[in-house]
Design a binder for this molecule. Structure first.
Ligand code: C2E
Ligand code: MG
Ligand code: MG
Length: 596
């Protein structure tokens, strides 16, 4: 027997190789075939001795399945760390009562050469099995040992040739590519699910990094593996194809209840990682159903990333997998994104509506907000409330934002011929701020339409300002350096406070409509809005009330010193043409300012 510590090291060395429970692969199968031909035996195995079982990486001959370690001939090879030859098992007192001798596979002849690592750990054996007694010459023994060394060379080559992710030591994208190719060769056309777990939630990652420090790189993969293994008893490789993203393949026909299991896995992740690390993960999980052979490994990884993005965007842990309705939603979301991508290149489907903002002091309208409108050829109008959240975490967002910027600046350049001081405010999403190109784009567009920076204002929601603060800060400063104004949209709905936002170079706060629309009936909201206006002024912001739906509300907010109002009472979002008429006719409703 091996000493306990030596056995623990041996097992650790074995696990590090990530060979256990991986699919068969040609490079090993060629060696077992060669060995069987050379020795003319019916069975050849590359067997690895795990904690309690013998697991076969490659075999020539019938499938013997997993064998308990206690009865496996190869465990003797591992313990002795040297070649074992049993000429006739039924005559050998060590083996004659072994169930593998008495029953299938009826071993009579056995020869196994150890698979030994550079560090001297015996992982398993390359072994020959015959159903008849047989002599084994010293030169045959030597040949078997040479072949075992060759198996070890392949194992170590895999290890050395960059198939493991450097931090997690899990099989990486290259290994996934190899395994998928092997799987396609064997099971072409069968259905599989590619499950991608994306732990890079931009809102939570900074917390993880703060709480765990440099340990997070080590702890997160461990927690992921634990979460997956806690739910799926069948062992399959877990890949680490991209930083902060983990993946595995499921065979849905061999995994009954896989939907529920994925759900369970998702809730497992929502629990804190461990008692000493009270961090819950907020991964998004994308599921890509496909047929083996339909996609390359890279295409699958890309689709997985997209599916996980979309899962986060629709606010669900799972996309295609959590039952039929989610599958439909996922399908709809997926379809909608594809259609929107096309709409960006086609004229006519996307337009801008402009909603006036009323300046309470002067009673004039000098600003409008640009709001996107999508008229889909068969679905009809699709509300931005529906598609913006879907797009927000995809790369499409930047294209959409640039489309809006360009269209808004074109219209405002036109309007400023008659209303020289007019400005347009444009909604910008979190992802756009992560894009280092945004400042250059704004500069280019201002130049193209010959507009001063004061002609535009950018609106950001609070939540888009939170992740990756330092970078966001830099971007906002660069925008402010252009002298473009920055507004904080939907203020009051996020978790930040004005004092924090003060460190952002914004100059306008737009109070969210959920506070404003209810002012007539809610004393609590009246108190909040009054206080928010006061505080925002103290901190030097201009304040815009959104959702001004009635004359009464308009009078209230104006009376409390709010600078501007926007809402259905003042004007609905309208086309550029309608806006020109509206402005020309000065259809600005009267504001009866009541004192607070
Ligand atoms: P938001 O930026 O807060 O825009 C204001 C929304 O409130 C608009 O909805 C507007 O039509 C609606 N609204 C204005 N006044 C009133 C009112 O008095 N009462 C009520 N009940 N609603 C009012 P819309 O156009 O459906 O846009 C919804 C959201 O979609 C916008 O909220 C914004 O977050 C987003 N969005 C719209 N266009 C764009 C865009 O071009 N880019 C980005 N990133 N987001 C956009
Ligand atoms: Mg807005
Ligand atoms: Mg808003």
């Amino acid at each position: 027997m091996l000493a306990a510590s030596e056995e623990a090291e041996r097992l650790a060395a074995l696990r590090q190789l990530n060979l256990l429970d991986t699919p068969p692969s040609d490079e090993f199968d060629r060696l077992t075939l060669l060995t069987a031909r050379f020795f003319a035996v019916p069975v050849v195995l590359i067997a690895l001795i795990d904690d309690a079982r013998q697991w076969v990486k490659s075999r020539h001959g019938p499938d013997l399945g997993e064998i308990p370690r206690g009865i496996a001939f190869c465990s003797h090879v591992v313990h002795g760390k040297q070649t074992l030859v049993v000429n006739d098992a039924s005559e050998d007192p060590r083996f004659r009562d072994n169930p593998l001798v008495l029953g299938p596979p009826h071993i009579r002849f056995y020869a196994g050469a150890p698979l030994i690592t550079r560090d001297g750990h015996a992982l398993g054996a390359l072994c020959l099995i015959g159903h008849e007694p047989r002599e084994f010459s010293p030169s045959e023994r030597h040949t078997l040992e040479l072949l075992a060394a060759q198996v070890m060379a392949v194992i170590e080559l895999r290890q050395a040739s960059g198939r493991l992710h450097p931090t997690s030591r899990l099989p990486n994208a290259a290994q996934f590519g190899e395994d998928l190719a092997d799987l396609i060769r064997r099971h072409q056309g069968e259905s599989r699910l590619f499950v991608m777990i994306d732990i890079a939630d931009p809102d939570h990652l900074p917390t993880h990094i703060n709480l765990l420090g440099p340990r997070w790189e080590r702890e997160l993969p461990t927690a992921m593996i634990r979460g997956i293994r806690a739910v799926f008893e069948e062992k399959f490789p877990i890949y680490h194809p991209l930083s902060l993203r983990f993946a595995f393949l499921l065979d849905p026909s061999a995994t009954p209840g896989w939907q529920e299991k994925l759900d369970q896995m998702a809730s497992h992740f929502r629990r804190p990682m461990s008692s000493e690390v009270p961090v819950a993960l907020h991964p998004s999980i994308g599921v890509v159903p496909f047929r083996l052979g339909d996609f390359t490994d890279q295409a699958l990884v890309q689709r997985g990333v997209l599916a996980a993005h979309e899962a986060r965007a629709v606010g669900r842990m799972l996309t295609a997998a959590s039952g039929q309705s989610a599958a439909n939603d996922w399908h709809d979301a997926h379809m909608l994104l594809g259609e929107l991508r096309r709409a960006l290149d086609l004229p006519g489907q996307l337009t801008l509506a402009f909603q006036p903002r009323l300046d309470f002091k002067s009673g004039a309208c000098r600003a409008v907000e640009a709001l996107i409108r999508w008229n889909h050829p068969t679905l009809g109008p699709v509300s931005p409330g529906e598609f913006i959240p879907l797009v927000e975490h995809t790369t499409l967002m930047t294209d959409l934002t640039y489309w809006v910027m360009e269209a808004a600046m074109r219209e405002i350049a036109e309007l400023r011929r008659t209303e020289p001081l007019f400005r347009v405010s444009i909604n910008v999403s979190a992802g756009d701020l992560q894009n280092s190109d945004i400042v250059g784009r704004i500069t280019d567009l201002l130049r193209r339409y010959d507009l001063p920076p004061a002609a535009i204002e950018l609106e950001f929601t609070e939540s888009s300002l939170l992740p990756n603060r330092t970078f966001v800060h830099q971007q906002l400063r660069a925008i402010r350096d252009l002298e473009v104004e920055i507004a904080i949209d939907d203020f009051g709905t996020g978790y930040s406070n004005l004092a924090y936002l003060k460190s952002m170079p914004a100059s306008v706060v737009k109070l969210d409509q959920s506070f404003i629309r209810v002012l007539a009936t809610s004393a609590r909201d009246r108190a909040i809005v009054k206080a928010a206006i006061l505080m925002a002024h103290e901190l030097g912001y201009r304040v815009v009330a959104e959702g001004v739906e009635t004359a009464e509300i308009c009078a209230m907010v104006a009376g409390w010193g709010c600078d501007e109002g926007q809402g259905y009472y003042i004007g609905r979002p309208m086309t550029a043409e309608a806006l020109k008429l509206w402005l020309a006719e000065r259809q600005i409703p009267p504001v009866a300012v009541s004192l607070p």
